[in-house]
Design a binder for this molecule. Structure first.
Ligand SMILES: [Zn+2]
Length: 338
């Protein structure tokens, strides 16, 4: 088969790769009707995060079970499944507490920007849907694999309650779906920080009530103004830079919560600032696996449509173009069709 490999900064190639095969008895092989590029793929693509080149790319996936290892008991060929970017056994203490991305046997899933994929720990990792989703549902199912579950975790970690005022820092796919998640959890006021018109529009569609275009100190001032000098109950940090993290902590009222899901790049916090802020900090790699059953139901019954974040669709062999469009912020998120 042919798949996506990163060779160096801005060097994405679509080339021959070995067919995925069952390597452990707990593996499954799935075929992918669609795959996509993640905002986090842009860190190594831009040369900011280091990686061992050449490296197969892609960690978001949903698809049809083609083959299972002899140790797999809960899945069978032909089922439609979704999994997280970390494989997990779903049986260890951390999984039982709902932190499957910290599973004692957590293994990253790699190589999903391809027609077929090997998923380790298939019984614990994959969730089968009751019915076969129709073509219209596929983008939303794919979004559940990472960005939707990550936005959901941001809202949960930020303790969004009915009636709350929430601020979302970041207008990438995760930030936009964090807006949707805050709305689902009953936030009354949702302030989205965004400077891009198309993203502001989608944020409003997902439930944002206010848009703040300022950043840095001006952005913090604007949030203070909008909350009568108090600060927000919940701030959902979906970027991972020093500026966005400080923005999040400083925009939160004493006793409020920051949910942070942007992978930190160059973030260091001042202990005294954190101490005197009185804010709750919770975040990390989202335990997407925990939310899959609930989110699958919300997609099937039409409550949420997270697939709207895909504003560029390309055949998989034009994957390099998909990366470029996201890198240049011409696209929010690229969906690829094998
Ligand atoms: Zn586990």
């Amino acid at each position: 088969m042919q798949g996506t490999v990163l060779y160096g900064a801005h060097d994405i190639r679509f080339e021959d790769l070995p067919e995925p095969t069952i390597q452990e008895p707990t593996d499954a092989i799935i075929s992918l009707p669609a795959t996509c590029v993640c905002g986090s793929d842009l860190w190594p693509y831009r040369g900011i995060a280091s990686f061992a080149a050449p490296t197969p790319m892609g960690h978001e996936y949903c698809g049809i079970v083609e083959e299972v290892g002899r140790g797999v008991t809960s899945l069978k060929r032909g089922q439609f499944v979704i999994g997280s970017f970390f494989a997990s056994d779903n049986t260890c203490p951390h999984c039982h507490h709902g932190y499957q991305t910290s599973c004692q046997h957590a293994t990253p899933v790699v190589g999903a920007q391809a027609p077929r994929l090997r998923v380790p720990l298939a019984d614990g990792t994959l969730v089968a849907t009751r019915d076969m989703p129709d073509a219209d549902h596929i983008p939303s199912m794919l979004a559940l694999s990472d960005v939707m579950g990550t936005g959901w975790f941001a809202a949960e970690a930020a303790n969004v309650n009915p009636g709350a005022t929430a601020v979302v820092v970041g207008d990438g796919a995760v930030g936009l779906l964090a807006v949707l998640s805050a709305k689902q959890m009953g936030a009354k006021r949702i302030i989205a920080m965004s400077r891009h018109e198309s993203r502001q529009k989608l944020a409003r569609e997902f439930g944002a009530t206010d848009i703040v275009t300022e950043r840095g100190n001006e952005g913090i001032e604007r949030i203070k103004e909008l909350t009568k000098g108090v600060g927000a109950d919940s701030v959902l940090e979906c970027v991972g830079t020093q500026e966005s993290m400080i923005q999040a902590i400083t925009s939160t009222r004493p006793g409020g919560s920051v949910g942070y899901v942007g992978v930190p790049h160059g973030v260091s916090l001042d202990g005294r600032q954190v101490f005197f802020s009185h804010v709750h900090l919770h975040g990390g790699p989202a335990p997407v696996r925990r939310y899959l059953p609930q989110l699958i139901d919300l997609v099937f019954d039409g409550t949420i449509n997270p697939g709207k974040v895909f504003d560029l669709v390309l055949p998989l062999d034009r994957v390099a173009e998909g990366y470029r469009a996201m890198d240049e912020r011409r696209a929010i998120k690229t969906l690829l069709r094998p």
